[in-house]
Design a protein around this ligand. Structure first.
Ligand SMILES: *Cc1c(COP(=O)(O)O)cnc(C)c1O
Length: 379
């Protein structure tokens, strides 16, 4: 098998899985309990929180564990606007957000909030100038992702943060694709709320975090006990929190090296495709981009049959994003980036990760070459 879908999820690092087992089968006590083994569990959660906060270079008091990126996005946006609705009911976002943000915005529109969606360039990047034009006195929140999950484009967070800070508007970023992959400077970018998810960085699924600037007005989405200072109640997902921290520790040690290796592999992959498949179009060419994401429009064949061909040869890739796969409908991200409906439907995303090798890329290119040469000959 050749796994080229790391933007959808990653393999849990064996060292992470091993660490997690101990906290499931030996130290499984409820961290809220009184006895010694439970205190050890509680201390381990605190340690995990400190480690992750250290990696993000934020106050550990601002880290809240959630069930993943989707929950963090929902919580960040809903609570930020509800807790601050006295200021206004206007929200700004981009037109290329993940469904977790996009559909939360859609919900808020039904509740009387006004949502402005910023347009993007052909790589899916918003412009700070456009943000300046639409930001208002009654704008409560700007939510712009750190990097796009389909195109890999990195958004200009520092410029956005400068504007939101100056206007006293809260700034949320969905950093699920970047956390543990490229550096992020929360302070410099003036970020108030940041979403991340462990399974995109070789950690377990079903655990994520929301960083909340301790200085902002914010509320809870769930009601229950006193876990996570009462803001996100429910017995902690202990082993996953510890696994998340382990994944972050591993990422912090090898992030730079991985990024270098993956971008070299990506460039090699792109070059081979351009040289071997006539009329192929690369959509993910922004100058600020993630190391591992390649987004391509193929000539004359829709994504679905192509993915099936790849799959029957053991190659895992995605059409657009995982969330729109299954029902192949042109992705809103690609349409916003200016692709036609037809082009969007012929588009595939390959996303590279730690375990990919030169050989993986060579095999994939060879197969694609065969598919397209055969197609040409059948004409
Ligand atoms: C994967 C992803 C999410 C959702 O995270 P889950 O932990 O799977 O809920 C949100 N935003 C982006 C950009 C993603 O890539």
């Amino acid at each position: 098998m050749i796994y080229l879908d790391h933007a959808a999820t990653t393999r849990t690092d064996p060292a992470v899985a091993e660490e997690m087992t101990k906290w499931q089968t030996e130290l499984y006590m409820n961290p809220s309990a009184f006895y010694q083994p439970a205190v050890r569990v509680r201390m381990k959660i605190d340690e995990a929180r400190r480690k992750i906060a250290g990696f993000l270079n934020v106050n550990p008091a601002g880290i809240y564990f959630t069930s993943g990126g989707t929950e963090s996005d929902n919580w960040a946006i809903r609570s930020a606007v509800e807790a601050n609705s006295a200021k206004g009911r206007h929200i700004i976002t981009s037109s290329v957000e993940h469904p977790a943000v996009r559909n939360t915005m859609r919900y808020l529109e039904t509740k009387g909030f006004e949502v402005t969606k910023l347009p993007v360039d052909k790589y899916g990047s918003i412009s700070a100038e456009d943000l300046k034009k639409v930001i208002r006195d009654d704008t409560v929140l700007v939510s712009i992702m750190h990097a796009n999950n389909e195109l890999g484009t990195i958004e200009p967070l520092e410029e956005i943060g400068e504007i939101t800070a100056e206007r006293g508007v809260l700034f949320h970023t969905d950093a699920v694709q970047t956390f543990g992959h490229i550096p992020i400077n929360v302070e410099k970018c003036r970020i108030d709320l940041l979403s991340a998810s462990a399974h995109k960085l070789y950690g377990p699924k079903g655990i994520g975090l929301l960083y909340i600037n301790p200085g902002i007005k914010f509320g809870s989405m769930l009601f229950g006990g006193r876990q996570e200072k009462g803001l996100r109640p429910g017995t902690e997902n202990v082993s996953s929190i510890i696994g998340f921290a382990k994944a972050v520790e591993i990422a912090s040690n090898r992030m730079e090296e991985d990024a270098k290796r993956e971008s070299a592999l990506r460039d090699k992959f792109e070059e081979a495709l351009i040289n071997n498949i006539p009329k192929i179009k690369i959509n993910s060419g922004a100058s600020a981009r993630l190391p591992g994401i390649i987004n391509l429009t193929f000539p004359g064949i829709e994504a679905e049959p192509l993915l099936i061909l790849l799959d029957s040869n053991g190659i895992c890739a995605s059409a657009g994003s995982a969330c729109s796969a299954g029902a192949i409908e042109a992705s809103h991200v690609l349409l916003s980036a200016g692709l036609t409906n037809e082009e969007a439907k012929r588009t595939i995303r390959f996303s590279l990760g730690r375990e990919n090798t030169d050989e993986n890329i060579e095999k994939t290119v060879k197969l694609l070459k065969e598919i397209f040469i055969e197609k040409e000959e059948h004409r």
